[in-house]
Write a new protein. Structure first.
Length: 191
């Protein structure tokens, strides 16, 4: 990350400040390609699509669901690989359509009774800008497109697909007093 980039929303948060901001967050939304994956897609000759997901991100998503954090996937690119992985984790809201992500997530927020100000969204690309501008806590992964970093308040230490979501969820756990080891004892998938 370039030191010359400054957030248009004041400055970037430290991890400690992120933890403080997480106290008001009720829902974590995430892009898929470049955030939950390393931005790589494999295509077979028959059209089979494979994506690489970080197992620790998935594990922490399952723990966060046990703790009561709503988790929503918001992707502009429909993918059966994404649908399958999120079903495996128990994620109920998997929104995939090539439309404005803020419009895509709005019905789910209304259904859950969550305001945009109570949402943290993790993205990495210019397609994420409209949603970043609406949410209470816009977050980018370390290897995001440099031109979009001015839209966010926090940049993860981990790149997309390598534990960035785990890092964000860890901050939420600290903010809400959850111990991941204790959450493992609650029913749910350990994936």
């Amino acid at each position: 990350m370039s030191e010359s980039i400054t957030s248009t929303r004041d400055r970037f948060l430290s991890f400690e400040e992120l933890v403080e901001r997480m106290k008001s967050i009720r829902l974590l939304a995430s892009d898929v390609d470049g955030v939950l994956t390393d931005d790589t897609i494999y295509f077979g000759p028959d059209g089979l699509e494979l994506k690489r997901f970080h197992i620790s991100d998935g594990f922490y998503i399952s723990l966060a669901l046990r703790a009561g954090l709503e988790f929503v996937v918001v992707s502009g690119r429909p993918s059966e690989a994404t649908t399958s992985r999120m079903r495996d984790l128990g994620v109920k809201h998997v929104l995939q359509a090539p439309i404005n992500k803020a419009q895509l997530i709005a019905p789910a927020l209304a259904q859950l009774g969550v305001d945009f100000t109570e949402v943290a969204f993790v993205g990495n690309e210019i397609l994420d800008v409209p949603l970043w501008r609406k949410v209470g806590l816009p977050i980018a992964v370390r290897d995001s497109a440099p031109r979009v970093l001015k839209e966010v308040r926090y940049i993860t230490a981990a790149p997309g697909g390598y534990g960035a979501i785990r890092e964000v969820i860890e901050a939420w756990f600290v903010a809400h007093g959850f111990d991941p080891e204790e959450l493992m004892k609650r029913p749910g998938p350990n994936r």
